[in-house]
Design a protein around this ligand. Structure first.
Ligand code: ADP
Ligand code: AMP
Length: 213
């Protein structure tokens, strides 16, 4: 099963993608996580990506598409995957479609996690991410068991640089200009599914599994 998660930054794509990956035993592929790992490791790609990410801009398609295409060729993707944060532009979606067409494959579902802009700032200012394993929490809605400590691996939780309010505004603008058009793109393909992302995390997940089953 191949799934794409759509939605504004902070809508809960990553939170739901991790749960989908676990339930259906498919890899969760987040281009944001891949870029952040490259930044942490000081790679050339990481250096290039960082300047865009810090400003809340998208990393150019030339850098992003090849990265994703290489990742989905891995053996662990043979039964499918859930993509989180890719595609984010129409050219990215077209590149993915072209690559899949070549092998007679297709995306099964594009799930749009719908959350209005007014909730997004709250979601992102409260988001805390584990420095080591990348698990995400929310200070109020999905708190860790011990303040500032990851439930999974015991490492420290931090506010991502690009979750600061001034950057979030840019990211929302970029989302509306460049990523939201994908909703029409996948509606036309007949695979778009909508869920109300303002519900509790468990209820969003239940709605998603109901759509998939
Ligand atoms: P995205 O991957 O779309 O950027 P995340 O999954 O990281 O978003 O979620 C953004 C923030 O909102 C995180 O702090 C997360 O814990 C929190 N969150 C996710 N889903 C919900 C929900 N249904 N209700 C409240 N908070 C949520
Ligand atoms: P995310 O973790 O999905 O919120 O992504 C964090 C940042 O990484 C984004 O604001 C972009 O700068 C960059 N990024 C992640 N995925 C993509 C993508 N598919 N295309 C372009 N930039 C991306």
């Amino acid at each position: 099963m191949k799934i794409i998660m759509l939605g504004a930054p902070g809508a809960g794509k990553g939170t739901q993608a991790k749960k989908i990956a676990e339930k259906y035993q498919i890899p969760h592929i987040s281009t944001g996580d891949i870029f952040r790992a490259n930044i942490k490791n000081g790679t050339e790609l990481g250096k290039k990506a960082k300047s865009y990410m810090d400003q809340g801009q998208l990393v150019p398609d030339e850098l992003t598409v090849d990265l994703l295409m290489d990742r989905v060729k891995n053996e662990d993707c043979k039964n499918g995957y859930v993509l989180d944060g890719f595609p984010r532009t129409i050219p990215q979606a077209e590149a993915l479609e072209d690559a899949l067409n070549k092998t007679g494959d297709k995306i099964d579902y594009a799930i749009n996690v719908d959350v209005p802009d007014e909730n997004i700032i709250n979601r992102m200012s409260g988001r805390r991410a584990c420095v080591k394993c990348g698990a995400t929490y929310h200070l109020v809605h999905i708190p860790p068991k011990t303040e500032n400590i990851c439930d999974n691996c015991g490492s420290e939780l931090i506010l991502r640089d690009d979750d600061k309010p001034e950057t979030v505004k840019n990211r929302l603008g970029v989302y509306h200009d460049q990523t939201q058009p994908l909703i029409d793109f996948y509606t036309e393909k007949g695979i778009l599914k909508e869920v109300d992302g303002t519900q509790k995390m468990e209820d969003v997940f239940e709605a998603i599994t109901a759509l998939i089953n």
